[in-house]
Design a binder for this molecule. Structure first.
Ligand code: SF4
Length: 361
């Protein structure tokens, strides 16, 4: 694989607006300006992404379904022969948008961070978010059921759970209590939460990111086999430590790297997906040049030094904080300084939040 030839996947956070307020939000969505482009500008960013010829574009955020015209933009990329996938919290999905989404996107992932409302709503920061996510899965399940009944392809949809200490105990319950509600669901991914954005705060890392033993337990072969046998046979169940996102130079050199490009809502390109710091904008510069600049950052001496001693999630969080401060813009530094301290006792789920208010997955 020649990394310089371009990213295999592009993650485009199309907005930083979001109706939820997750404790671990990597993008601090809902708590910052949405930075959304207008429709024409989005199409220009889409063309720039297409020119890189990735295999897939992941529409994320924030909540992508809050973006007017999102289906047109995704279809525009899909017409170029590139797979388009959607990540959603499910809050805004309706019967009509579910039909549109299943027509345009090749894969739809609904984020669910608890096997019941108490755990999910507390992590996601909004009462009712578990019921909304279940409703979104039910809508997708219904469409898939109707399709398969007439011999058409099923909808490729499933669940992604960001695993923290507050929900680690529920992995089997996901398989036994959540999956049976949706007979057509295709996959269930458990991904260890990574120290990015709000999840990089020191107190959050100490209290919520998995310990080394917990990471090992999550990804242990026997644990995965137990989950697979607890889940309906039609569902693919996977777990991940997400270490591939760390981008420790020693590991990158050995090829342990995912060639991902992360694009912010306004077209700014991140040098490294989970860390702050951009290398230019797809609206004004050559996409291939931006990719080469991004790849150059991976072996930057400061990055190498910051990541070299990472042995745990808390080490990783500390390295993230250093990298974010070193490469973040003035706006990033101000945002970091305004982050609320993660409370010793997490607050109960919020009762009211203004949907789409200033902020974005
Ligand atoms: S963007 Fe995703 S993680 Fe962030 S608050 Fe919204 S739903 Fe939660």
């Amino acid at each position: 694989m020649n990394i310089l030839s371009g990213p295999t996947d592009v993650i485009w956070d199309v907005t930083y607006a979001c109706p939820l307020r997750c404790t671990h939000c990597y993008s601090e969505s809902g708590r910052r300006p949405a930075r959304q482009l207008n429709h024409d500008e989005m199409l220009r960013v889409a063309d720039a992404i297409v020119s890189l010829r990735p295999e897939a574009v992941e529409f994320a955020g924030g909540e992508p379904l809050l973006v007017r015209g999102i289906f047109d933009v995704a279809e525009h990329i899909g017409r170029a022969g590139i797979q388009v996938n959607l990540y959603t919290g499910g809050w805004t999905l309706t019967a009509r948008t579910a039909e549109q989404a299943t027509r345009v996107f090749s894969r739809i992932t609904v984020s669910v961070d608890g096997a019941d409302a108490a755990v999910h709503d507390r992590i996601r920061g909004r009462a009712g978010s578990f019921d909304r996510a279940m409703n979104a899965l039910a809508l997708l399940d219904d469409i898939s059921g109707r399709r398969t009944a007439v011999g058409a392809d099923p909808v490729e949809f499933g669940i992604d759970c960001a695993v923290v200490r507050s929900n680690l105990h529920q992995t089997e319950e996901f398989c036994t209590a959540v999956l049976p509600r949706f007979p057509h669901v295709r996959f269930l991914n458990f991904s260890a939460a990574v120290p990015s954005g709000l999840a990089s705060r020191a107190e959050f890392a100490e209290r919520e990111l998995l310990t080394n033993d917990q990471v090992r337990a999550l990804t242990d072969v026997e644990h995965v086999e137990r989950l697979v046998s607890a889940a309906p046979p039609s569902v693919r169940v996977t777990t991940s430590d997400n270490f591939i996102l760390q981008m420790r130079p020693a590991l990158v050199e050995q090829g342990f790297v995912a060639p991902l490009m992360q694009v912010e809502p306004d077209g700014e390109v991140r040098a490294m997906p989970i860390y702050e710091g951009t290398v230019g904008n797809l609206l004004t510069e050559e996409p291939a040049v931006l990719w080469r600049r991004a790849v150059a950052r991976w072996s930057d001496p400061f990055v190498a030094e910051a990541l070299s001693s990472v042995r745990s999630m808390t080490d990783w969080a500390e390295a993230t904080r250093r990298i974010d401060r070193r490469f973040g813009s003035e706006e990033v530094l101000l945002r970091i300084d305004r982050r609320p301290v993660y409370p010793a006792v997490p607050a109960p789920a919020l009762k009211t939040v203004t949907p789409g208010a200033a902020h974005g997955r």
